[in-house]
Design a protein around this ligand. Structure first.
Ligand code: GLN
Length: 491
């Protein structure tokens, strides 16, 4: 049952061969029995109440294609009645009085909330080891990280603890964990999915998206996620093209003549041989499907790391100033005066990586350094976006490459070296800085020292609003390959 796709589950539900209650019970039991630490909060009574509502809709004919299917949410999305921690001690006991727009949209579609998923604290990280509630284990190899920050989302789908999950991507946090766990994920164009109720990290970059077993499932999920939301000041409007659309419409489009750009910067030194081999084998499949490979260049790629690690911490330092012990969240038990209360609360509530970023962010924003760092970074951000516009359209239709330079590393291997973590984001940051959609699909396994157990992801990047095209390209690949159907041993 748990290996079935959303489409298959939907067919079973509508044919009354299984009820939403049974399906929810099945996944709840799997989630509760798992030792991966992917879930932070499970509440069977809440889930089963939603399942009963879904069953009623299935019975009275008001059900949609996703009604009755369970979905688990990254713990960055606030949920009425459920804890929302953002992976932080600061919010360890926080329950939101309202639902994030994304959560509400899925509820409207009749999906059943299965629980809240572990993530790096405030989505800062690439390995899930920054969670205050412990790292998630990679279901393919429990000695490996699941990727981050949406490590719980990717691991839950890979281990079939949930048929679908929400995730967020600020600099790669949907694509990289999807790659490390061998599942499919898409980060939409910035502004398409509402950030309302998504606990903020870097507001000009944060974007929600789905993780599931394959592209078709992601298309079904994304259809419920996009659309203008007046509660999000950077939400794209309908006039700008942000309308609900059927993302499954391009799934069957043939790929003959599709021009795939291969940035030379994505295939240079630093790319592990096993990752390159899997990615090149995937590209060969696309050639067999009629696509044409074109060499391109994205010359500012290497600048994406310093630019991102100025802009993201700057915005984080501002967003996280709200956690002051006064309004909500953790407050130190003892303090002398107000200043002391702020200091102790924030020192206790935030983990080391979050504190590091607040310090960097405050530094680059302060008077005297703002021009030298923050403003300069914003200018280069524009040039990074220009790189993509020079390539997309004129030279190629989409861009492909690896998601990350290596397969998942060992738990603990980079914990004491934040810069090593930052460098591993090289292939995902520029897409985020440019606000472009990007996705990751499984395309093989790493070899060598990882015993061939750790998945490799292929990244597909398109122009603004081209999500349907990306999903169609991924679907065509998944029609002729089996990587996305593989599940970890014992699943
Ligand atoms: N790894 C990046 C970081 O640590 C990206 C995280 C994300 O996309 N949320 O900031």
């Amino acid at each position: 049952m748990h290996n079935k796709t959303l489409k298959e589950l939907s067919t079973l539900l509508h044919a009354k061969q299984i009820s939403a209650t049974e399906l929810t019970g099945h996944f709840l039991a799997r989630a509760q029995a798992s030792d991966l630490n992917a879930f932070l909060h499970i509440d069977p009574a809440l889930s089963l109440a939603q399942a009963a509502t879904a069953d009623a809709r299935l019975a009275d004919g008001s059900a949609g294609p996703l009604t009755g299917i369970p979905i688990a949410h990254k713990d960055i999305f606030v949920t009425q009645g459920w804890r929302a921690t953002a992976g932080s001690r600061m919010l360890a006991n926080y329950t939101s009085p309202f639902d994030a727009t994304v959560v509400r949209n899925f509820e409207r579609a009749g999906m059943v909330n299965l629980g809240k998923l572990n993530c790096d604290e405030f989505a800062m990280g690439s390995s899930n080891e920054n969670s205050a509630f412990g790292a998630v284990k990679n279901p393919w190899d429990k000695l490996a990280v699941p990727g981050g920050s949406s490590g719980g989302s990717a691991a839950a789908v890979a281990a079939r603890l949930a048929p679908a999950a929400t995730a967020t991507d600020t600099g790669g946090s949907i694509r990289q964990p999807a790659a490390f766990c061998g599942v499919t994920g898409i980060k939409p164009t910035y502004g398409r999915v509402s950030r309302y109720g998504m606990i903020a990290f870097a507001s000009s970059l944060d974007q929600g998206g789905p993780i599931a077993q394959n592209a078709e499932d992601c298309a079904m999920l994304l259809g419920e996620m996009v659309g203008f939301d007046e509660r999000d000041s950077t939400s794209l409007t309908a006039e700008q093209g942000n309308v609900r659309e059927d993302f499954t419409r391009a799934l069957h489009e043939p790929l003959a003549g599709l021009r795939i750009g291969l940035p030379k910067e994505y295939f240079g030194a630093g790319l592990a041989a096993d990752v390159e081999q899997a990615v090149r084998a995937a590209l060969d499949e696309f050639v067999k499907l009629g696509a044409i490979l074109v060499d391109i260049s994205l010359p500012k790629t290497s600048l994406s790391i310093p630019v991102y690690y100025i802009i993201a911490p700057a915005e984080a330092s501002s967003n996280l100033s709200r956690f002051d012990g006064v309004r909500y969240g953790h407050r130190a038990a003892e303090y002398k005066d107000l200043q002391d209360m702020y200091k102790k609360t924030r020192a206790e509530g935030f983990g080391p990586e979050v504190q590091r970023r607040i310090m960097v962010g405050t530094y680059v924003l302060c008077h005297g350094y703002y021009d030298a760092y923050y403003l300069q970074a914003q200018k280069i951000r524009r040039l990074i976006a220009d790189d993509f516009q020079a390539a997309l359209g004129a030279q190629c239709d989409v861009i492909m490459g690896p998601v990350a330079p290596t397969v998942a590393w060992d738990l603990g291997a980079k914990t004491n070296d934040p810069v090593a973590n930052y460098l591993a984001d090289i292939f995902t940051l520029s897409t985020s800085l440019a606000g472009l959609p990007g996705m990751s699909i499984p395309c093989g396994f790493g070899a060598g020292d990882k015993n061939g157990k750790r998945p490799v992801g292929l990244q597909i990047i398109g122009n603004y609003f081209k999500e349907a095209q990306l999903l169609g390209i991924a679907h065509q690949y998944q029609q002729v390959t089996e990587w996305h159907k593989r599940a970890p041993e014992g699943v």
